[in-house]
Design a protein around this ligand. Sequence first.
Ligand SMILES: [Zn+2]
Length: 97
Amino acid sequence: MTLETRQIIEVGDIDSISLECPTCHTRVMWTIQPERQLLMECPSCRTSICPDGTDVRRSLIAFLQSARALTQALKVERCPVGVRLSLTPTTRPVTPS
Ligand SMILES: [Zn+2]
């Protein structure tokens, strides 16, 4: 038998994206709050967190802006729809006792 665990989070529960420096593995948080400036360099070793002009960087910024916009729209418009993100389920074998 296999047990599947599914994690679901509300869009409003997203507060940041965690990025790991490719050189020293320091983690940098890009917060969803629009007034906070995004760190583009690792504060420990000054490596570019995500090189300028790459699709990854553009996509991360677009994702963050979309999450901000959706969270704000759900608050302002008081939209009754529940918006949740589902993470890839994890499975593990279970031995019957
Ligand atoms: Zn670093």
